[in-house]
Design a protein around this ligand. Structure first.
Ligand code: CDP
Length: 204
């Protein structure tokens, strides 16, 4: 079974996806970490992202490994976040990442999160969710996570939202049939409960 969770930055996708995966015993797929790895590799090697995308080795889990090196923290720095958002508009990069993601999701039980999981990567997913929240609330959450200034985070987030929603290839939008959840006023536990209920309506 695949649960697809899409939505903009700071809507709570990662926390929700991780918690739901733990609760249901599914594997968590952070597709954004893959775009971040390609961005980091391209920056470090001074190569075009489309050149590095097909052959970088990316291992996802507790820690994120890029060609065997632990880049869990390195891929979260602002310069890489910014670059990831830019390179994610490149159709060649997307093609390479989508192929890898589809291969992973081909067997087993997954909670996969990103921008295009329900629309492109796994339109066959049994459950599709689109998490949103007000831009201010999203920036506040992300700023608290990063220990950064909410105003600065909001400005960067607005730019990334704009890129994600207006790009020609796989723009961020709810998949047909996706359940749209506004998490502005919801605590993490409430969202997790809602999602597990949607996945298993009969569960006690
Ligand atoms: O954590 P946050 O939501 O801020 O970002 P992320 O999920 O780690 O993704 C980093 C960047 O990769 C985003 O800004 C998107 O532009 C891009 N991305 C994408 O285009 N498609 C995905 N399935 C996942 C991420």
């Amino acid at each position: 079974m695949v649960i697809a969770i899409d939505g903009p930055a700071g809507a709570g996708k990662s926390s929700v996806a991780r918690a739901v995966a733990r609760e249901l015993g599914f594997t968590y797929l952070d597709s954004g970490a893959m775009y971040r790895c390609v961005a980091l590799a391209a920056l470090e090697r001074g190569l075009a992202p489309a050149e590095v995308a097909p052959d970088v080795k990316i291992e996802l889990g507790e820690r994120v490994l890029l060609d065997g090196r632990d880049v869990t923290d390195a891929i979260r720095i602002p310069a890489v976040t910014e670059a990831a958002s830019r390179i994610a508009a490149d159709p060649d990069v997307r093609r390479a990442m989508v192929a890898r993601q589809r291969e992973l999701l081909g067997s087993g039980d997954w909670v996969a999160e990103g921008r295009d999981i329900g629309t492109v990567v796994a339109p066959q997913a049994e459950l599709k969710l689109f998490l949103t929240a007000s831009p201010e609330q999203r920036a506040k959450r992300r700023a608290a996570e990063l220990g950064a200034d909410p105003g600065t985070v909001l400005a960067e987030q607005t730019l990334r939202d704009e890129r994600d929603t207006t790009r020609a290839h796989s723009p961020l939008e709810p998949a047909p049939g996706a359940v749209v959840l506004d998490t502005t006023e919801l605590a993490l536990g409430e969202v997790v409960q809602r999602v597990t209920e949607l996945a298993y309506p009969q569960r006690p």
